[in-house]
Ligand binder design. Structure first.
Ligand code: ATP
Ligand code: MG
Length: 607
């Protein structure tokens, strides 16, 4: 902060103000006082002179009007003696003048030669003519002193018989006034000095708290709320300091509550499973949580300040203004070849009360799983409808043909009826399989398990197929003598193995081998059924366990397959705690493997 210079400071203003006030007051008082004093002193001086001169006038009048005898001294002598008795410090010279303006006597020793000389003086002349007193102050050029001159008529019997001329030294009065003025000036200077010091001290009582508050305010601006302003007194400035301290406390509270709100919000944002993006009013990203960064797979510094449509990959279809007006969520497909990844973006606008758009909040929600389930459901429904429709259409055409008269033909009718029967059976099988899968999906079934010697159990199933087989296929058994105990539901496991073996027979040509192997591994039994049939293209090997999946649709349907056998087998094996998988080479053959957990049981215990 800029420091206030001395010439602009309150210090100087205060001091100047006081000094000027005192100066003006002293001047006014001084002038009035000096004038009054001068007048009073002058008047007193003149009065005292006049009092004395009045006395003198009486004596002079007596002398001038006295009837003289021979023994009496001459009038000049007697007047001289009157004057000699009349002397003082103030009075410089007294002259007695007769009515003809002739000097009769003078008190001044050096002026004795003037006796009997005419007196040339206007005041004396005026006083003799008018019988009144005249006075005047003038500056003696030689001595540089002020002289007060008084001409007083001597009146006897109503007639002016002469005049007294008095010169007095009034300078003393003026020097007294001068002394007093000097004292006054000294006093003024002294009081001004004290005023300056007091002014500075007084200004400090105001400037110090203000400087303190200024420091405090700049500390607050830097986020330091620990400082407190000192309260110097109970006056208005003290109140201001208290209010300032209160303000500091409130600001600190407000700031800490904002800070904790911010932290809460940050925690909420970072722990949300949804991605949140916030933009400024131009659509540039100003905030993005970790979840959103993870969803978009970008580092924070790459997206901050970038336009949100570009970051979401929507810049082709939508501008920022479109997104602001967007009512419905937008689905954004980030799927690549390896994995599906679909996000749903909801937009809400940050608006001021005025309606001014201040930014946009985008909430991203991962809906991949939802979309996948939805897709599977749609596919499943379409598959089921398709699977049912095919046999139904073929049955309809056969039944129509029969109704149109083919029933009469003994050759054709039985074969047509046979087709409708097979199609019906296929549909029943399909519906049964579907029901079974749906029960497994909703876990509405129980395994009816027993501890079984798997070797014996497997041989029995293979025996059944060997008896019934219609193809010229060689069965090869690579099965240890056993027993190998495992816990299984015999009905369900029979169904699984039936399907695997019937697949092997269905999809192999005449003359091939079907090999059965059982191996005891660490904690499980590993079973494999291999054929030398047509095999499955490598890309589709994994898919044969999907519902309704058939590698060669037309062919497997012709063989009466529904495409649900291996899907059921997979669920069953997993329910038994095992795994199932396939290995295949197109044109060479296929091997289906599965495992079952091992039960270690003493030999002979369960036979
Ligand atoms: P279902 O078993 O329900 O009667 P299906 O045999 O067609 O019908 P799955 O047993 O689930 O259905 O088999 C799925 C698909 O996997 C078959 O349609 C076939 O294309 C392929 N497949 C299964 N086993 C073999 C195999 N041993 N050799 C070649 N392809 C096979
Ligand atoms: Mg099958």
């Amino acid at each position: 902060m800029q420091k206030v210079g001395f010439f602009r400071s309150i210090h100087l203003k205060f001091v100047l103000m006081y000094v000027l006030l005192i100066l003006i007051a002293m001047q006014v008082i001084g002038i009035y006082f000096a004038q009054e004093l001068e007048q009073t002193l002058e008047k007193n001086f003149q009065e005292s002179i006049k009092d004395r001169v009045n006395l003198l006038e009486f004596s002079v009048r007596e002398e001038m009007t006295r009837q003289r005898t021979e023994e009496d001294p001459s009038p000049e002598e007697s007047l001289k003696s009157v004057l000699s008795g009349f002397s003082s410090d103030d009075i410089l010279e007294v002259r007695i003048i007769d009515s003809k303006m002739r000097i009769l006597a003078t008190s001044e020793y050096e002026n004795q030669q003037l006796v009997n000389q005419p007196m040339v003086d206007e005041l004396v002349q005026n006083s003799i003519q008018s019988g009144a007193q005249y006075s005047k102050t003038y500056l003696n050029e030689d001595s540089q002193r002020r002289i007060w001159v008084l001409a007083m008529p001597v009146i006897s019997g109503g007639e002016v018989i002469g005049s007294l001329y008095i010169e007095s030294n009034i300078e003393k009065v003026y020097s007294q006034i001068n002394d007093i003025n000097q004292i006054l000036a000294g006093g003024t200077a002294f009081s001004l000095g004290i005023t300056v010091i007091l002014g500075i001290l007084l200004a400090q009582t105001i400037t110090r708290p203000i400087a303190d508050m200024t420091k405090q305010a700049s500390a607050m601006a830097k986020g330091n709320f620990a400082r407190k302003v000192r309260v110097y007194g109970q006056d208005e400035i003290g109140d201001l300091a208290k209010a300032f301290n209160h303000l500091t406390t409130r600001l600190q509270e407000a700031q800490s509550s904002t800070e904790s709100e911010r932290r809460k919000l940050a925690t909420v944002l970072s722990n949300m499973t949804d991605g949140v993006i916030s933009t400024d009013r131009k659509g540039r990203i100003i905030l993005i949580n970790d979840t959103a960064l993870g969803m978009l797979g970008v580092p924070r510094e790459h997206v901050l300040n970038r336009p949100v449509p570009a970051v979401l990959g929507l810049e082709q279809e939508h501008t920022f203004e479109d997104l602001v007006d967007m009512q419905d969520p937008v689905t954004i497909d980030f799927s690549d070849e390896e994995r599906p990844y679909i996000l749903r973006a909801n937009f809400s606008v940050i608006q001021k009360e005025t309606g001014f758009v201040n930014g946009l909040i985008v909430v991203l929600h991962d809906i991949t799983e939802q979309e996948k389930i939805e897709m599977e459901r749609r596919e499943f429904v379409s598959n089921v409808s398709h699977e049912l429709r095919t046999p139904l259409t073929s049955m309809r055409s056969y039944l129509e043909a029969l109704a149109d008269g083919a029933w009469k033909d003994e050759e054709i009718a039985p074969s047509f009826l046979h087709v409708t029967q097979t199609e019906t059976e296929r549909m029943i099988r399909l519906v049964t399989d579907l029901l079974q899968l749906s029960r497994m999906d909703s876990r509405e079934y129980e395994l009816n398990t027993d501890i079984v010697d798997f070797v014996k159990f497997f041989h029995r199933i293979i025996d059944r197929f060997e008896l019934m087989k219609s193809k010229d296929v060689q069965f090869v058994r690579l099965i240890p003598p056993g027993p190998l105990y495992t816990e299984l539901d015999m009905d369900k496991m029979t169904q699984v193995i039936d399907n695997i073996i019937s697949n092997a027979l269905k999809y192999s040509p005449d003359g091939g081998n079907v090999r059965f192997s059982v191996q005891a591994e660490d904690d499980h039994i590993k079973v494999a059924v291999s054929d030398q049939g047509m095999g499955i293209p490598e890309a589709n090997v994994k898919r044969i366990f999907e519902r309704f999946y058939r590698a060669d649709k037309a062919r497997s349907r012709a063989m009466g397959g529904t495409g649900l056998g291996l899907a059921i087998a997979k669920e069953m094996i997993q329910a038994h705690g095992g795994h199932i998988w396939a290995e295949s080479e197109e044109g060479k053959g296929t091997t289906i493997f599965f495992t079952l957990p091992f039960e270690v049981v003493e030999a002979g215990e369960w036979d």
